[in-house]
Design a protein around this ligand. Structure first.
Ligand code: NAD
Length: 376
C-alpha cells in the first residue's frame, strides 16, 4: 500500500515511517522541514527503497498536485502541523496558515485526485487526519474525553486543530471524501523535539540546568507511547469507519509534577551525578502558561471495541526507553534554543523560578484526583 504522509520528518511522523517501512508500506513523505522536522529522525530509512521524500509545504497546491499525480497514493495520512502550544500563544499566524489553510489545500488536492479514481481505488482510498484531544478543552478532576463531546479549544494551537477537523468533516459530509479523524492524547517516545515537556526535562537534567514546571505542576495529562499511536493509526487506516472520529488514550494519567519527578528518578539511576544529590533538586516552579488546560483524559473504548486496538507499552518501560534514547542521541538532539521559555507574550526570556509561596493553590474541585499510576 502506498501512503502519502505529511509531516514525516517530525516526531510522530518519523516513528510512523520507521514502523510502516518495516511492515512493507511505501511512503511518500511530504514535509516542509520546519524547525520541528529533521530527516535524521529517519536514520537509514531516509534512503529506504520504499521511502520517497519531498521538501514541500502543504500550502503549495501545485506541488501537491504533481506529487499526487506522479505517485497515485492509496491513502493519505495527514500529520504535518505546527504543534507547540507555547509557540501558538506567542504568534498564531503560522498555526492558522499550516494547520487550517494547509489542511484545506491538502483536502482540495486529495478530493480532486479522489474524484478521478476508478471505483475500486475509490472504495479503498482513505484520508486520515491526525488531531488532538486538546480540541475538547479541559476537564476538571472527573470526566473523560470521548468522540461525542463538543469542541471547546483553549489555545490558538487547539483552535487551529479544531478548525482543521471541521474542514475534514465537511469534505466528507459535502464531497464524500472518505475521511477519518483521530483525536489522540499526549504522545511520548524517541525523536520528539525538546521544546516539549519530556525531552526538555531529560536534556535540562543532563546539563544540570533548572527543570521548569509550569504553575503548581498539578495539570494532568494522559500519556500515550508513540508506537502505540502508530499501531492505532495503521489499524484505523484498514479497519476504521469512514466519516468517524476515534479518540486514543492509554489510561496513563499523571500530574506534570509526578511525571517530572519520575524522569528525575530514572536519570538518577541511569546517570547519577556526583555534583547534585538528585536531579529533582533542579525542579523549579515557573510562571504558568496562560489559559493552561487543567486536565486531559481520553477514552479509547470505541477504538478498542470497533478496531481491536489496545496499547502495548507500559508507562514505566516506555519512559525508560525514551530516556535511554535521549541519552544515546544527546549530541544530535540537545538543541539549547528549543528549551527557552516562550508563550508568555514575551518570547526568549530566561526561565525565572517563582517564589514558592506564590504558587497557585490547587482548587478544591481539582484535589483528590484518582490517577492511574500504572507502572510508576
Ligand atoms: N505530539 C503529540 O503529543 C500529539 C498529540 C496529539 C496530536 N498530535 C498531532 O499529530 C501531528 C504530528 O505531531 P508531532 O508531535 O509529530 O509534530 P512535530 O511538530 O514533531 O512535527 C510536525 C512536522 O510537520 C512538518 N510541517 C510543519 N509545517 C508544515 C508545512 N506547512 N508543510 C509541510 N510540513 C510541515 C514539520 O517540518 C514537522 O516535520 C500533528 O498534527 C499534531 O497536531 C500530536
Amino acid at each position: 500500500m502506498k501512503i502519502l504522509l505529511t509531516g514525516g520528518a517530525g516526531f510522530i511522523g518519523s516513528n510512523f515511517i520507521c514502523s510502516a517501512l518495516e511492515k512493507g508500506y511505501k511512503i511518500i513523505n511530504v514535509d516542509k522541514l520546519t524547525y520541528a522536522g529533521c530527516l535524521d529522525n529517519l536514520g537509514e530509512n531516509q534512503s529506504h527503497k520504499n521511502h520517497i521524500f519531498y521538501k514541500v509545504d502543504i500550502c503549495d497546491r501545485e506541488k501537491l498536485q504533481e506529487i499526487f499525480e506522479k505517485h497515485q497514493p492509496d491513502a493519505v495520512i495527514h500529520m504535518a502541523a505546527e504543534s507547540h502550544v507555547d509557540r501558538s500563544i506567542d504568534c498564531a499566524d503560522v498555526f492558522i496558515r499550516t494547520n487550517i489553510i494547509g489542511t484545506h489545500t491538502l483536502l482540495e488536492v486529495a478530493l480532486e485526485y479522489f474524484t478521478k479514481l476508478n471505483n475500486q481505488k475509490k472504495n479503498n482510498f482513505r484520508f486520515v487526519h491526525l488531531s488532538t484531544d486538546e480540541v475538547y478543552g479541559a476537564l476538571d478532576s472527573t470526566g473523560i474525553f470521548n468522540e461525542s463531546m463538543p469542541y471547546r479549544p483553549n489555545s490558538p494551537y487547539s483552535a487551529s486543530k479544531a478548525s482543521s477537523d471541521m474542514l475534514v468533516r465537511v469534505y466528507h459530509k459535502t464531497y464524500n471524501l472518505p475521511t477519518i479523524i483521530i483525536n489522540s492524547s499526549n504522545n511520548y517516545g524517541p525523536r520528539q523535539y525538546p521544546e516539549k515537556l519530556i525531552p526538555l526535562t531529560i536534556l535540562n537534567a543532563l546539563e544540570h540546568k533548572s527543570i521548569p514546571v509550569y504553575g503548581n505542576g498539578q495539570q494532568v495529562r494522559d500519556w500515550l507511547y508513540v508506537d502505540d499511536h502508530v499501531q492505532a493509526l495503521l489499524a484505523i487506516l484498514h479497519k476504521g469507519k469512514v466519516g468517524e472520529s476515534y479518540c486514543i488514550g492509554a489510561d496513563n494519567e499523571m500530574t506534570n509534577l509526578m511525571l517530572v519527578n519520575k524522569i528525575c528518578e530514572v536519570i538518577d539511576n541511569l546517570r547519577p551525578s556526583s555534583e547534585i544529590g538528585s536531579y529533582k533538586d533542579l525542579i523549579s516552579f515557573v510562571q504558568d502558561r496562560p489559559s493552561h488546560d487543567f486536565r486531559y483524559a481520553t477514552d479509547a473504548s470505541k477504538l478498542k471495541k470497533d478496531i481491536g486496538w489496545k496499547p502495548k507499552m507500559s508507562f514505566k518501560k516506555g519512559l525508560d526507553h525514551t530516556i535511554q534514547w535521549y541519552l544515546d542521541h544527546y549530541d544530535r538532539v540537545s538543541f539549547e534554543d528549543a528549551r527557552k521559555r516562550i508563550g508568555l507574550f514575551d518570547s526568549g526570556q530566561e526561565i525565572k523560578p517563582i517564589d514558592n509561596t506564590l504558587i497557585p493553590q490547587i482548587p478544591k474541585e481539582q484535589q483528590n484526583l484518582n490517577l492511574n499510576h500504572e507502572g510508576i
